[in-house]
Design a protein around this ligand. Structure first.
Ligand SMILES: *[C@@H]1O[C@H](CO)[C@@H](O)[C@H](O)[C@H]1NC(C)=O
Ligand SMILES: *[C@@H]1O[C@H](CO)[C@@H](O)[C@H](O)[C@H]1NC(C)=O
Ligand SMILES: *[C@@H]1O[C@H](CO)[C@@H](O)[C@H](O)[C@H]1NC(C)=O
Length: 543
C-alpha cells in the first residue's frame, strides 16, 4: 500500500500545478519496448527496417509442430500489424533502402532474418518447471536461442514487440538489441470463470492470445460452479443437459481439445478446476442425491455442499475426474475446496449423527474427511491444487499439493503453508473482478509475493507464482477482454520481472509509457484492452 502512495506522489511532483492542462496524450507510448520488461536488455542506436519482401524466419536447430506454428503465427503478426511495410515489393524496397542509408548513418538497411536456434527437442506440453529462458540478438542477421521450445516462444514474442513505427508511420523499424531473459516465477496465471457467465470459445482463445502477448503461462479454468455446469461430460451427459444455463452453453470435448492445443502452441498450460465440495449447486440439478439437504426448524430448506457421507458422491466425482484428466493433459488438477457452507452440514441430522459416530466435533473435520477421500481419486495422473481453506482447516495434504492463497493480502496466510513445505500460488492482491477508480492497474503492480515475506528461514522458491483472478459474476463476453486487459498485464510483468526495488519518477514514467505501448500493441493485434492511463491515442499506420 505504501508503494502505491509513492507512485501517486511521483505523479503529483510531475504535474505540480493540477489546473495546467497540456494538450496531447497524458503518457506518450514508448517505441518498441517489451512488456513484460526483459531481465537484461541493451539497445543501440543503429537500426534496421522491416521489409517483409526481405525478412524471413529461419530454423537453425531442432524444430517441431509448435515452432512451425509459431513461425506462421508471428509472420502473420508482422504482416497484419505492420501492413505498411508489407506493401513494398523487393523492387520498391531497394529504392527505400538506398534512399535512407544515405540520409542516416545509424540506419543499417533491411532486417534480413531471425535465426531460431532451439537447442533441445520440444517438450510435448508446457508444465510447472518449464524453462522459458532465451537470448535474442537483433542485428542484420538476428539470432534467437533457447534450450527449450517455451523459451523460443517467449523470445519470438519479444522480437515481435521490438518493432515500432518511424515518425510519420511510414516505416517499421527495429533497433540493434541484445536480450537475455527469463521469468522470476514459473507460474504466471489468469483465472477465468465460465459458470457465472458463459464465455464463448472464441473469447477464451482471444484470452490466450492476450496471455501470450504478456508471457502468462497458466490459464486456470474455473469451469463449473453453483450457477451453471457448462462442462459437457460423456459419462454424465445430464450434468450439463440439466445444469448448464442452456444446453447450447457448453464446452464439448472438441472445444476443450481445441482450447488445450491452442494454449499449448503458445506455451500456456490449461489448469482445470472442478471445485468441490462447495460451489457445486449446479451438479445437483441432475444429481440431487450427492448434495447435502440443509435444514431450518426441522424442515429441508434447500441443497448445500456435497454430501460427504454418501458413497455415491465419491463414485461420481472419481468417474468424472478420470474423464476430465483425459481431456486436460496438465499434471495439476484444481480441486477448489473454498467457501464450504458448513452451516448446512451442521444443520443436517444425518450428518450430525455421522459426525458423532466419527468423533468429529467441528464441521471443518467433515471438510477434512471429504478432501482426504477426494484427493486419492486423482490417482497418479495429476497432483492437486487447492484453495487455502483446505490447508487452513487442517486437512493432511500430500506434500506435493500446491495451495492457492486468496484471503489475505500480504504474507500472513502464506507463511504457515510454506512452513508445512507446500508450494504456494498467490492471488490475494489480484482479484480483477473488483473495480476501483483510476487507472485500475497500478495497485496490482506494486505487489511481489516473495518480497512480502521478510523472514529468511523459508524457501521462497516455494512461492511458485501468482494468479490474476477474473471472477465472472459481472463479466461476460461483452466485457471479459477489456476488464482483464491491461489490468492483468500489470500482474504479468511483476511475475515475470518483479517490481523496481525503489519507485522513482523515472521508473513510474517508464512503466506507464511502456504500458501505453503494450495496450496499443494489444489493440493492433485484435485485443480490446482498455486505455490504461487516461487521455491518449494509439498511432495507426497511414496507407
Ligand atoms: C533506437 O534507434 C533510434 C535511431 O537511431 C534512436 O533515436 C533511439 O534512441 C534508439 N532507441 C533506444 C531505446 O536506444
Ligand atoms: C460406503 O463405503 C464404505 C467404505 O468403502 C463402506 O464401509 C460402507 O458400507 C458404504 N456405505 C454404503 C451405504 O454403501
Ligand atoms: C471414537 O472415540 C471412542 C472413544 O475414544 C473410541 O472408542 C472410538 O473407536 C472412536 N471412533 C472412531 C470412529 O474413531
Amino acid at each position: 500500500m505504501l508503494r502505491r502512495i509513492v507512485i501517486f506522489n511521483a505523479f503529483c511532483v510531475f504535474f505540480a500545478a493540477s489546473y495546467i492542462v497540456v494538450p496531447g496524450p497524458a503518457y506518450p507510448a514508448t517505441k518498441g519496448e517489451i512488456w513484460p520488461k526483459p531481465q537484461q536488455e541493451t539497445k543501440e542506436w543503429t537500426y534496421y527496417k522491416l521489409s517483409p519482401a526481405v525478412f524471413k524466419f529461419t530454423v537453425k536447430g531442432k524444430t517441431c509442430d509448435i515452432l512451425k506454428a509459431a513461425i506462421e503465427r508471428y509472420t502473420s503478426v508482422l504482416r497484419t500489424t505492420h501492413h505498411i511495410a508489407w506493401k513494398h515489393t523487393k523492387k520498391t524496397w531497394k529504392k527505400v533502402e538506398s534512399r535512407s542509408t544515405a540520409a542516416d548513418p545509424d540506419f543499417k538497411g533491411a532486417l534480413q532474418e531471425l535465426q531460431i536456434n532451439l537447442l533441445a527437442p520440444c517438450e510435448v506440453y508446457p508444465h510447472l518447471e518449464m524453462n522459458e529462458k532465451y537470448s535474442l540478438k537483433v542485428s542484420g542477421i538476428s539470432k534467437l536461442e533457447s534450450d527449450s521450445i517455451w523459451g523460443i516462444l517467449r523470445g519470438m514474442e519479444s522480437f515481435a514487440q521490438l518493432f515500432y513505427m518511424a515518425k510519420g508511420y511510414k516505416d517499421v523499424l527495429i533497433n540493434a538489441t541484445q536480450i537475455v531473459d527469463f521469468p522470476r516465477y514459473t507460474y504466471r496465471g489468469l483465472l477465468i470463470d465460465t459458470s457465472r457467465h458463459y464465455i464463448t470459445v472464441a473469447n477464451i482463445l482471444k484470452t490466450l492470445d492476450a496471455m501470450e502477448m504478456n508471457k502468462m503461462n497458466v490459464l486456470h479454468w474455473h469451469i463449473v460452479d453453483d450457477q451453471s455446469f457448462p462442462y459437457q461430460s460423456e459419462k454424465f451427459p445430464q450434468l450439463s443437459l440439466q445444469g448448464a444455463y442452456d444446453p447450447s452453453m457448453v464446452y464439448t470435448k472438441t472445444n476443450i481439445i481445441q482450447i488445450v492445443s491452442y494454449a499449448r502452441d503458445r506455451g500456456i498450460r490449461v489448469l482445470p478446476e472442478f471445485d468441490v465440495p462447495g460451489h457445486t449447486r449446479s451438479w445437483g440439478v441432475a444429481y440431487p442425491s450427492i448434495l447435502t439437504k440443509c435444514y431450518q426448524y426441522g424442515q429441508v430448506v434447500g441443497l448445500g455442499p456435497m454430501d460427504p457421507t454418501n458413497n455415491v458422491t465419491y463414485k461420481l466425482i472419481g468417474d468424472l475426474f478420470r474423464e476430465v484428466q483425459e481431456r486436460f493433459p496438465d499434471k495439476y488438477f484444481h480441486l477448489g475446496g473454498d467457501e464450504v457452507a458448513m452451516e448446512c452440514w451442521s444443520s443436517n441430522p444425518d450428518l450430525i449423527n455421522f459426525m458423532s459416530e466419527h468423533n468429529m466435533t467441528k464441521p471443518s473435520e467433515l471438510h477434512a474427511y471429504f478432501m482426504t477421500k477426494v484427493i486419492p481419486l486423482l490417482g497418479q495422473k495429476s497432483k492437486p491444487i487447492v484453495w487455502q481453506e483446505v490447508f487452513d482447516e487442517g486437512v493432511k495434504l500430500p506434500s506435493d499439493t500446491i495451495v492457492q492463497v486468496w484471503k489475505t493480502v500480504g504474507a500472513q496466510d502464506m507463511i504457515p503453508i510454506l512452513e508445512a513445505g507446500h508450494k504456494v500460488v498467490y492471488s490475494s492482491s489480484w482479484y480483477l473482478d473488483k473495480l476501483d477508480g483510476g487507472d485500475g492497474w497500478s495497485k496490482f503492480y506494486t505487489v511481489d509475493p516473495r518480497q512480502q515475506i521478510t523472514t529468511d528461514v523459508l524457501d521462497l522458491n516455494n512461492i511458485v507464482g501468482g494468479e490474476a483472478c477474473m471472477w465472472g459474476e459481472v463479466v461476460d463476453d461483452t466485457n471479459l477482454i477489456s476488464r482483464t486487459w491491461p489490468r492483468a498485464s500489470a500482474v504479468a510483468e511483476i511475475l515475470w520481472r518483479a517490481p523496481e526495488p525503489q519507485y522513482s519518477l523515472s521508473s513510474v514514467m517508464d512503466i506507464t509509457t511502456r504500458m501505453e505501448e503494450q495496450v496499443c500493441r494489444m489493440n493492433h493485434r485484435g485485443i480490446q484492452a482498455q486505455p490504461p492511463n487516461g487521455p491518449g491515442f494509439c498511432p495507426i499506420e497511414t496507407l
